[in-house]
Ligand binder design. Structure first.
Ligand SMILES: C[S@@+](CC[C@H](N)C(=O)[O-])C[C@H]1O[C@@H](n2cnc3c(N)ncnc32)[C@H](O)[C@@H]1O
Length: 315
């Protein structure tokens, strides 16, 4: 029987509560190790449409934004992989049949994690690796500057949820850089049913596009910037990802009103994105310093999640 302690971060903690059925219709936040929280959710019978993970990257450094802000220890790659493997093994149990797993990493661990996921879910469940390229200060002089993260996307099955309409950028903007196009070489024509289309002629053939439908995104994203130190979205917590990135991922990979889980929630960007898009969110982080940051960000969205800690398993 799995159990957790219901926790009021700002008040008197009421003691033990036992849960044996999946939660529905509530946003939840766990202070606990990803493996403990993941196992608890599996035992409780919860499943999610989207499982996003942005674990430490294996830098072997303490990650800190400001002296006053939160910090966490980022382990060396070997220790990261050891920690991650059993968490990733829970993915098939945590996902709905059409559920998807997104794992956000950089050059240090992504190759090893790709092999792990091929082993756990099967290479045929691999869908894409999204390259998120950002412009940030600092240039390398002895090698190419490292300016991208990788987001691996796997399905539990072979056809995970993917909202093609959400996965497109407006036709009047550059799909790569997001900037408005100066002029369009597409003509506007009227179809037999009276609808307006954009038309382009190539090799004697005319191609028609629905102007509302947008241009399908490729797997290289360069139109979302990283959060610089003075960015208004910034909270005093390291490795915070931009809301625009998480809103895009949640909008594409989680069906409307679906459930999103982030076991390495950090400052809570995934949870904020999910709430904004009307999804039900569950988050967890092992670092007590992350919790008030997440709560403050969710409060700004009008949400108070149920909080739990000391997740345990009476085997
Ligand atoms: C890269 S940060 C996540 C940042 C987050 N995506 C955001 O936008 O703010 C990684 C987080 O994983 C947490 N973490 C590290 N090891 C963990 C573990 N074993 N279980 C749960 N959380 C862990 C750290 O405390 C840190 O907050």
């Amino acid at each position: 029987m799995p159990f957790v302690i219901r926790w009021e971060p700002a008040g008197t903690p009421p003691p033990l509560r036992v849960f044996d059925s999946p939660s529905r219709g509530v946003h939840e936040l766990f202070l606990g190790d990803a493996l403990d929280v993941g196992r608890f959710l599996v035992q409780r019978g919860d499943t999610f449409d989207l499982l996003y993970m942005d674990p430490p990257f294996g830098t072997a450094r303490t990650q800190q934004t400001t002296q006053e802000g939160g910090s966490y220890r980022d382990p060396p790659v070997e220790a990261l992989l050891e920690m991650l493997y059993p968490v990733l093994e829970l993915a098939p149990k945590l996902l709905t049949d059409r559920g998807g797993l997104l794992v956000h990493l950089d050059h240090r661990a992504v190759w090893a994690v790709k092999l792990m996921l091929d082993q756990i879910l099967g290479p045929d469940r691999f869908q894409n690796q999204i390259i998120w390229h950002y412009r940030s200060g600092g240039r390398a002089t002895r090698r190419y500057s490292r300016k991208h993260d990788v987001i691996l996307w796997y399905g539990k099955g072979t056809a995970p949820w993917f909202d093609a309409r959400a996965a497109s950028s407006p036709r009047d903007r550059c799909a790569l850089c997001g900037q408005a196009k100066r002029s369009s070489h597409l003509r506007t024509v009227q179809g037999d049913d009276g609808r307006l289309f954009k038309a382009i002629k190539s090799n004697g053939k005319t191609y028609l596009y629905d102007p509302e439908a947008g241009v399908p995104l490729s797997d290289v994203w360069v139109d979302i910037g990283h959060l610089h130190q003075l960015h208004p979205e910034r909270r005093a917590y390291p490795s915070q990802k931009p809301l625009a990135l998480l809103e895009r991922l949640v909008g594409i990979h989680c069906p409307p009103a679906g459930r999103v889980l982030d076991l390495f929630a950090g400052s809570g960007t995934t949870l904020v994105a999910g709430v904004r898009l009307g999804r039900e969110v569950t988050g967890g982080d092992a670092n007590p310093e992350a919790i008030p940051v997440v709560l403050e960000r969710l409060a700004a969205e009008g949400v108070t999640p149920a909080c739990y800690t000391e997740v345990g398993h009476a085997e």
